[in-house]
Design a protein around this ligand. Sequence first.
Ligand SMILES: [Zn+2]
Length: 274
Amino acid sequence: MPELPEVETIVRGLRPYLEGAEMGTFRLLFPSLLRRAPGVSLAAFEGNKITTLRRRGKMILVECEGGRTLVFHLMMTGQMLIVRPEVPVDKHVRLIVPLVGRGLELRFRDIRKFGFLCCLGPSGPLFIPELEALGPEPLEIDFRSFACLFQGRRGRIKSLLLDQRTIAGIGNIYADEVLFRARIHPLTPAASLAEEKLRTLWKSMRAILRLAISRKGSSIRDYTDADGDPGDFQVLHKVYGREGEKCPRCKGAVRRIKVSGRSTFYCPHCQKKL
Ligand SMILES: [Zn+2]
């Protein structure tokens, strides 16, 4: 699943094409893409101008004039592509949004069909559960507030990093890379982390996410940016997907275990269990 760095890269790539663009008549090719929410109909967005494109957690918010917002979640294999209308529409394209006067279309393509779209109206809070329950942004939160997320919390540190209600945007790849950099065992109970260790974790999280954004994310499976280009942070993965390979720090073997049902990669020597 695209995580914060990949979604941030997609948003940055889409911004010049979408901000200020007027949307034409939507072609919804897969009606289940539309998640039922107490918002507005898709038709209400036709003829609207897009004002701002931004990321929240792993979601993409397309904010339009009149205060309406389209919320896209790419889930496993969703892609948002900018193409010319003459490009053939393959069977995985779920939604087409013409960009009036620009000779371009935004296409939402999704092989596995887990991605979704919510249409939010102008009044009231953003009341879809996925947005409402979202924790703070990892690159915006200060150390004090970050420490408060974990102090006294039951649960393992890796599980809490994956929990979007605790902190938004981190998934399996970056949780493993952040914990390796911070030299914290993924099964460490969050409440047992001393302040100094939490500070290392906070710094590692920021460093890894910033580095990954600068490398345009990790390309595994179907992820590409808005222009269809892959990122290359995966070559810098130190433990993720590297079971049995040498740890770049101690040369011991990287191990794989399951945490919260997810494959978790770590170095048992560098990330000692407390
Ligand atoms: Zn090691």
